[in-house]
Design a protein around this ligand. Structure first.
Ligand SMILES: N[C@@H](CCC(=O)N[C@@H](CS)C(=O)NCC(=O)O)C(=O)O
Length: 221
């Protein structure tokens, strides 16, 4: 079934979906770049695709537009169950989804372009104060995840046992995103260890934002 995805190299939410696609061995037939640095997400042509003006968005087989990275990844999990990215048991699934949401629902939204632009443009925060905001929320999420992961017996080589799950996908997104804002992720040893282990997996490593077409060699916020 042809898959079309709207994404951008720098987008952490797109990175999440790219990792899930690669882990499942799904190669999108069409990748449409929405250049966030040029504000392309706010143009009418993309607003028609996703009224929230956010990437990623995914269309399979000419069907309706799927939006929100967690919903897209859960869709891929249901339609392409192998390899599974969620554990089988309800408690395990809830734990993995909970770890995902620490990053996806709570920290990532604090650092996206529309929020940073609002802080500096509307609320007139200077750049350093805005960055302090971003780093604060990223550290809060990393600290919470570190506590969960370091104290919980369910943690293994990866966030949940020794098999990669969506929790590792979301953790990798957080770690890479934090790197874009010079947050010291090494201060969170379990998070760092799991990130390093995840990056040994080719499907995850080649999904890295800086390995995508058009990406620079490094990023300074
Ligand atoms: N909760 C959404 C977040 C999507 C999101 O914020 N995407 C960012 C890029 S990572 C975006 O498109 N930002 C555009 C903007 O903030 O104007 C998801 O997980 O898909």
């Amino acid at each position: 079934m042809p898959i079309k995805i709207y994404s951008f190299w720098r987008s952490i939410a797109s990175f999440r979906v790219r990792m899930a696609l690669n882990l499942k061995g799904i190669k999108p037939d069409e990748i449409i770049d929405i250049d966030l640095l040029k504000g392309k997400q706010r143009e009418d042509s993309f607003r028609a695709v996703n009224p929230q003006m956010l990437i990623p968005a995914l269309i399979e087989d000419g069907g309706p537009v799927l939006f929100q990275s967690m919903a897209i990844m859960e869709y891929l999990e249901e339609t392409h169950p192998q390899p599974p990215l969620l554990p089988r048991d309800p408690i395990g699934r809830a734990r993995v989804r909970g770890i995902c949401q620490i990053f996806v629902s709570d920290s990532h939204p604090m650092s996206v372009p529309r929020v940073r632009n609002y802080l500096t443009g509307e609320l007139k925060l200077d750049n350093d104060t805005m960055l302090k905001w971003v780093r604060h929320w990223q550290n809060e999420a990393l600290r919470a995840a570190e506590t969960h992961l370091s104290r919980d017996k369910a943690t293994g080589k990866y966030c949940h046992g020794d098999t990669v799950t969506l929790a590792d996908v979301c953790l990798a997104g957080q770690v890479v995103g934090s790197g874009f804002f010079d947050v010291d992720v090494k201060a969170y040893p379990t998070v760092s260890r799991i990130y390093e282990a995840s990056m040994q997996i080719d499907a995850i490593a080649r999904s890295h934002p800086l390995k995508q077409p058009g990406a620079p060699a490094s990023v300074t916020h």
